[in-house]
Ligand binder design. Structure first.
Ligand SMILES: CC(C)(COP(=O)(O)OP(=O)(O)OC[C@H]1O[C@@H](n2cnc3c(N)ncnc32)[C@H](O)[C@@H]1OP(=O)(O)O)[C@@H](O)C(=O)NCCC(=O)NCCS
Length: 169
């Protein structure tokens, strides 16, 4: 079982350690302390920590939280201990939070196309792969393709309420 809570500046060292775990540079970008502090203060982003009891096990940064146009980006997510079942539970809780606490209509993200583990987790939670945005990320000196995935509010509602009006009978 995990709990999720908003991150504070005291969580920045954990976030920075996690985004720098060996191998993660192939999947996510990372930020320095000043960038994290600025993002936490800018009012546009929401930061969350996943907790297993007293232990932080992952973080996520959502951009355009509570946005007027209802479009929110999962900008970064990483777990301190991958493959332990935390990531799927965390993503599910985040998705419930964004749709239940904000007027979000589209919750979306871009991932590197070869990140099969992440794609598996996103699709398990209800995200749909929409296609490749070519050269959409500039990282480590070059442009990379991104696979775009999203879940829309009606899809989230249908997953919560599997009654016939939402689909199969
Ligand atoms: C992606 C990430 C957030 C997922 O969190 P996690 O805690 O590892 O995920 P879970 O343990 O809950 O679930 C992993 C699932 O992926 C599956 N999986 C593991 N490796 C896989 C692979 N190479 N290909 C496909 N599926 C894979 C597991 O079997 C499991 O699925 P199941 O529960 O249906 O059996 C985490 O692995 C992570 O931080 N990765 C590095 C950073 C990253 O890639 N972030 C996302 C950028 S878009």
């Amino acid at each position: 079982m995990i709990a999720i809570a908003p991150a504070t500046e005291s969580d920045i060292p954990f976030i920075m350690r996690t985004e720098r775990l060996p191998g993660y540079e192939a999947f996510i970008g990372c930020s320095d302390e000043a960038q994290h502090r600025a993002r936490m203060a800018n009012g546009r982003c929401a930061h969350f920590i996943a907790w297993d009891g007293e232990r932080p096990v992952g973080f996520a940064i959502l951009r355009d939280w509570n946005a007027a146009d209802g479009i929110t980006l999962l900008m970064r997510i990483a777990m301190a201990e991958p493959n332990a079942g935390y990531g799927k539970a965390f993503l599910r809780a985040l998705t419930d939070k964004v749709f239940s606490q904000t007027p979000c209509y589209r919750f979306w993200l871009g991932q590197f196309p070869d990140n099969a583990r992440a794609r598996h987790v996103y699709e398990a939670v209800g995200f749909t792969a929409e296609g490749i945005a070519r050269g959409n990320v500039f990282l480590n000196g070059r442009h990379h393709d991104e696979l775009i995935l999203a879940i829309l509010r009606p899809e989230w509602e249908a997953r919560r309420d599997p009654s016939p009006r939402h689909g199969r009978v």
